[in-house]
Write a protein that binds this ligand. Structure first.
Ligand SMILES: Nc1ncnc2c1ncn2[C@@H]1O[C@H](COP(=O)(O)OP(=O)(O)OP(=O)(O)O)[C@@H](O)[C@H]1O
Length: 696
């Protein structure tokens, strides 16, 4: 089924087919991300107005909406142009006024004839001690008072659209909402007391009190579940597609791993061992592995990656690991090569820098199977890179991969297992939404012997003191990173601030002690600067944020971050994670420019309070919200309209297992419930899923 089910046609018609929507309003709605009647339905009211009739404005909470029956008194035309037109009225207890601006008096006389009884509803306020309603929402003869709803939904609006238009158009969309087949498991639906989709959408738009608007209302919960379910079905379909057709069992022997263990100066942590065991089991299974390794900074992901790569080699094949930057690819090479050598394994690097004959030679060696482990940048996945027998692809990424890219990767190494590593912990809700197609291993344990990093805040005004301290620390043999701020997102300005700091620190601390690395340096200079810091030739490394991810120099024990308030929490956590990796007591100094904004202050204080990356990610989510945290567009995450990822994690959890179970029982979605689920995917516009069912 790769065409939209007919039953949904009315919900995907032109917006202008809705009552009260012309070309102009349609265009305005478009800008609100409302393109078809379906979107109107998913745009739920955020509050409501109680319009129950009362006896008098007297005693009502003002300002506030009131509905009362009045006797119309005299009209008082404006005394000057543009002034208020007043109509005196009286309810059962008090006199008050209706106020109009730029209204035509003949029109007002017609709808509010003196002496008549009318029902008025609108927002009343006090003005000079007397109640008034400016431009009432409703003015009706008493016989028609029933046209005023007791409780009226209030919709999110945008300039150019009124509540009236919104309500009318939504009612008109509701009138054509079809009864849909049920995609929710019958037992679950009964247990939760959820209504049908049609009843739920009807109820969500017809609240009768504030309680009906609560996110815990069964109608709203059901609609939120539908959204999560559609998303998780997409992920489950991607997962099924990924796992299909590996057909290859990669059984490690443990021999190479043991040889590496023998030369390692430490033993793996419990978390590392568990992750390695998870991976080994996945690789030994006939389905393709699709696993996420989530580790906090410094939790030792690299060792887990190496062991996984060795399993691929033990099984007679090859492994590849892609790092996000050149610096990190080189660091992997430097760190892993001695270990690989100890085990007699050939490890090579391939990056964009490899050109001509050298590159050709590497590619041939890969194709012959002479290179067993390849590390590198994006270059490792270029078209002409062919492996003799690729068994494992590891992507060391930073939230840059959406489900679509993961599927691409899957298509690449036809039968390779896939391991994705993220160094920035993400809250569970996000992990579920973003990586719901994968299995997850978490490194929640740091290697033993790490001392907590002392985090201190200091104003930029105390620069001289900071430099003095640094001088003493260097004299004691310590090494420091010095990170310069992002200035207005501009690379060149960035650069000049780092270059200037480099010059001033060099002047203060001595010629040869300070190095500089930034994104725009020629590659060789970058390597040289990194190497000099790594081997201790320089004591201070000034940089832009290029060192943010993954750099590992255990002897470095001081991190100075200038204008720390301009960095995000995840970034600060990553940067701080560069220290505290050795046995020495480490310090992170967050320098800020007062006055701090409220959020700047909260971020810096959070950094001072905790070193737990998962905790920090929760605060980050709380402060910024989901969209901002991951950049919805590039992550491939949908914008949930009804569901709230932050508070409804449990619901997402259920949707995930439900979606996986549905597919396990009915792989091609052909059962009645499976077909209903297809309707859901169309309803929610899950293009990737539709493509997957179409193809698969
Ligand atoms: N089990 C262990 N015991 C002691 N040290 C370890 C252990 N595992 C790894 N290490 C060391 O800890 C440091 C950090 O490891 P690694 O670079 O793999 O961290 P990471 O998880 O990649 O963190 P980040 O994302 O912050 O770079 C390295 O110096 C590594 O040699």
């Amino acid at each position: 089924m790769s065409t939209r089910p007919e039953i949904l046609f009315p919900l995907f018609a032109d917006l202008e087919t809705l009552e009260g929507v012309g070309p102009k309003i349609a265009k305005t709605l478009d800008a609100m991300d409302v393109h078809v009647p379906r979107d109107m339905l998913l745009n739920l009211p955020h509050s409501g107005l109680n319009r129950r009739k009362r006896e008098s404005v007297q005693g009502a909470k003002l300002p506030g909406v009131v509905t009362v029956e009045v006797t119309v008194g005299r009209h008082q035309a404006p005394s000057r142009k543009g002034g208020p037109y007043r109509v005196h009225v009286e309810d059962a207890k008090v006199a008050f006024q209706l106020v109009f601006f730029n209204a035509r008096s003949d029109y007002l006389s017609r709808i509010l004839p003196t002496g008549a009884r009318r029902v008025i509803s609108g927002r009343a306020e006090l003005f000079d001690g007397m109640a008034q309603i400016v431009h009432p929402d409703h003015i009706l003869p008493v016989e028609e008072a029933n046209d005023i709803p007791d409780y009226e939904p209030v919709y999110p609006l945008t300039a150019g659209i009124t509540q009236k238009v919104m309500t009318k158009a939504t009612r008109s969309a509701l009138a054509r909402a079809p009864e849909l087949p049920e995609w929710i498991d019958a037992a679950q639906k009964a247990r939760e007391g959820w209504p049908d989709w049609h009843a739920a959408i009807e109820a969500a738009h017809s609240p009768t009190s504030n309680a009906d608007l609560a996110p815990s209302h069964p109608a709203r919960v059901r609609l939120a579940y539908d959204e999560f379910m559609a998303h998780q079905l997409t992920l489950a379909l991607a997962r099924a597609k990924m796992r299909r057709g590996k057909g290859r069992v990669t059984q490690g022997t443990g021999a190479l791993q043991a040889e590496v263990q023998a030369v390692l100066p430490y033993t793996p942590t419990g978390a590392q061992s568990r992750a390695i065991a998870d991976i080994a089991a996945d690789m030994a299974a006939p389905q393709r592995m699709s696993r996420l390794l989530q580790g906090d900074v410094g939790s030792g992901k690299t060792l887990v990656a190496l062991m996984a790569l060795l399993i691929a080699v033990e099984g007679g094949g090859q492994g590849v690991m892609m790092a996000p930057t050149e610096i990190l690819a080189r660091q992997h090479l430097a760190g892993l090569q001695p270990l690989a050598e100890a085990a007699g394994v050939v490890l090579e690097i391939l990056t964009g820098r490899d050109k001509g004959a050298e590159r050709r030679a590497k590619l041939e060696a890969l194709k012959r199977g002479d290179i067993q482990i390849l590390v590198g940048t994006h270059a490792v996945f270029q078209k002409d890179v062919e492996f003799a027998d690729l068994r494992l692809a590891i992507v060391d990424e930073q939230h840059r991969f959406g489900v679509r890219q993961r599927l691409e990767l899957g298509r690449k190494g036809a039968a390779a297992d896939v391991l994705v590593m993220t160094a920035t912990p993400i809250p569970r809700s996000l992990a579920l939404a973003q990586y719901g197609d994968m299995d997850v291993s978490v490194l929640d344990e740091k290697p033993p012997g790490r001392k907590p990093v002392t985090t201190a805040l200091s104003s930029m005004a105390r620069m001289d003191e900071v430099v003095d301290h640094l001088r003493k620390a260097i004299a004691e043999g310590r090494q420091a990173y010095w990170v310069c701020p992002l200035v207005e997102e501009s690379e060149t300005l960035d650069l000049s601030s780092a270059e200037e700091r480099f010059k001033s620190l060099r002047a203060a601390l001595g010629e040869g002690t300070v190095g500089l690395v930034h994104g725009q340096m020629p590659n060789d200079d970058k390597d040289a600067a990194m190497a000099a810091f790594q081997n201790g030739a320089t004591s201070v490394l000034v940089s832009t944020t290029v060192i943010e991810v993954g750099v590992d120099v255990p002897n470095a024990s001081i991190m100075v971050i200038e204008r720390a308030e301009s960095f995000g929490l995840a970034q600060l956590h990553q940067l701080r994670g560069r220290v505290g990796r050795g046995a020495a007591q480490s310090t992170c100094l967050l320098m800020y420019q007062p006055p701090l904004s409220e959020s700047g202050q909260k971020r810096l204080e959070t950094m001072r309070e905790t070193e737990d990356g998962f905790r920090i990610s929760e605060v980050d989510l709380e402060m910024r919200g989901v969209g901002d945290l991951i950049g919805t567009a590039q992550s491939g995450l949908p914008r949930f309209r009804v569901a709230d990822m932050e508070t409804q994690t449990a619901l997402m959890d259920v949707a995930q297992s439900d979606a996986r179970k549905l597919l396990a029982d009915d792989e091609s979605l052909e059962s009645p419930r499976g077909k209903a689920a297809r309707t859901l995917l169309w309803l929610m516009g899950q293009d990737e899923a539709i493509r997957l069912i179409g193809v698969g």
